[in-house]
Ligand binder design. Structure first.
Ligand code: SDX
Length: 432
């Protein structure tokens, strides 16, 4: 069967280009040799029409609102007891773990949950109001100072060791930054607790009084982390791949991913959503005001938690979080519904009826409802994006490894179209 070709016609040139088709019908024209062979570039500033890799990890169909991890629909992870560590294993090891493999992975995480005491002491020198994402990025990068033997990975065993250190310690780092911000004593991880329960323990226990872990909160946290675990080549994952393509170590690559995720157009949106909902609740704004401002091109206000580069339908994660909220609230025996949930529902209802949003296919994304659940768990708003990072970390690690294992993978080095000043001469200072 002859290989499928596309023809590029430019002037009197006709250039044949290979065509690549994905498992689910994605089709791409391979232009990887276009510049080398024809000195022609393609132009796609935000890479919206550009595939930078072939990946087996996650599949999204934005038109139909489909998200699958290693082929498994996201909805199938929403079980009675969702298990984030099982999903992390699936993403990183390319298969669901057997019970033995899951227990071994849990033990590996348990053995790597402590921070080196010198790293822990560094929190004491951080100003109390320091942004948690700044601390997280710094501390992930700092892990490279304490695991120098794992900066260059010679085999899959060493890779798994680094993956376990990152996935386990990110919780300890996040909880430490929270405790520091509250002037509370540091709580050591408890090896007898499961992943999410241990994080909640480190966040909320006080000396000699263990935090009462509600199974509903533990399940809700597992669910939230699962829904954030990977999402193809989003901004932060593309950052991790770019840094990793230079053969930078996994600690540095994930630290860079944290920095990209911090942006309010990306993972930082979950904080903006909460501020927006609180603004409405505290009376400063009405849902109608938000819709009006979001449509006003003169106004920089955006309806945070709405819209997506890929989903032009309801983000399946937002749907799961919206539907989970009521269940979690009742399981938490919350005396009253969180009024912010009703405000969010009102905003969604207004937007989904408004031609401005309908025409632009702007639907709620993962950030629109996640904060309401995190708030129900007493996670502070300024840590919402940190929670996103804890969830996304296994995805970053899996994507970094996939790039690392790609034969002949090259350093990411986009080109440009130069539109600046043509050749000119230096003007000596006395003549300017
Ligand atoms: C995440 O990529 C991923 O997968 C990301 C993520 C992941 O899991 O990694 O899913 C996580 O980052 C979710 C997105 C979180 N961000 C927000 O909620 C911020 C608010 N949303 C927008 O800023 C925006 O929708 C983006 C950034 C998410 C997507 O931007 P696009 O696709 O580039 O859309 P655009 O900027 O080209 O906008 C198209 C039109 C514009 O209007 P016109 O110029 O056509 O008149 O839609 C408008 C935009 O002004 N628009 C919005 C809007 N989002 C887009 N108008 C008001 N409010 C919004 N939220």
């Amino acid at each position: 069967m002859t290989a499928e070709k596309a023809i590029l016609t430019l002037g009197d040139k006709k250039i044949e280009l290979p065509v690549i088709r994905g498992t689910e019908g994605d089709v791409a024209v391979d232009v990887s040799r276009l510049y080398e062979e024809h000195r022609i570039l393609t132009y796609d500033p935000s890479l919206g029409s550009t595939a930078v890799c072939q990946s087996k990890i996650t599949f999204i169909n934005g038109e139909e609102g489909i998200l699958r991890y290693r082929g498994i629909p996201i909805e199938q992870f929403v079980t009675k007891t969702p298990n984030f560590i099982e999903v992390a294993y699936l993403l990183i090891k390319e298969k669901l773990p057997t019970m033995t493999e899951l227990l071994e992975f849990r033990t590996l995480l348990e053995n790597n949950e402590l921070l080196h005491e010198n790293l822990r002491y560094q929190f004491r020198n951080i100003p109390a109001g320091a942004p948690p994402m700044a601390q997280l990025s710094a501390m992930l990068s700092n892990l490279a100072c304490f695991h120098r033997d794992l900066l260059v990975l010679d085999n899959d065993e060493e890779f798994l060791q680094v993956a376990a250190r990152l996935i386990s310690k990110i919780r300890t780092i996040a909880a430490s930054s929270y405790r520091r911000s509250k002037g509370l004593p540091y709580i050591y991880p408890d090896p007898n607790l499961r992943y999410c329960a241990n994080f909640l323990h480190m966040m909320f226990s006080i000396p000699y009084k263990q935090y009462e872990i509600s199974p509903a909160v533990e399940d809700a946290l597992n669910l939230i982390l699962i829904l954030h675990a990977d999402h193809e080549q989003n901004c932060s994952t593309a950052t991790v791949r770019t840094v990793g393509s230079a053969r930078a170590n996994l600690f540095a690559s994930c630290a860079a991913g944290v920095s990209a995720l911090w942006g309010p157009l990306h993972g930082g949106a979950n904080v903006e959503v909460m501020e927006m909902l609180k603004g409405i609740h505290d009376g400063g704004l009405s849902p109608e005001d938000c819709i009006r401002m979001a449509k006003d091109k003169q106004n920089p206000f955006r309806l945070f938690g709405f819209g997506h580069r890929i989903y032009k339908n309801y983000d399946p994660r937002a749907k799961i979080l919206r539907d989970a909220s009521d269940k979690v609230f009742s399981q938490l025996k919350m005396k009253e519904r969180d009024p912010l949930l009703d405000i969010a529902r009102k905003l969604e209802e207004l937007a989904l009826k408004d031609p401005y949003f309908v025409e632009r296919k702007l639907y709620p994304n993962v950030d629109f409802y996640s904060g309401i659940l995190l708030r129900a768990m007493h996670i502070p708003t300024n840590m919402f994006t940190v929670m996103f990072a804890i969830g996304r970390l296994p995805g970053w690690i899996a994507q970094w490894k996939e790039l690392h294992d790609t034969p002949n993978s090259k350093i990411m080095r986009p080109r440009q179209i130069y539109v600046g000043t043509p050749k000119t001469d230096y003007i000596p200072r006395e003549k300017r």
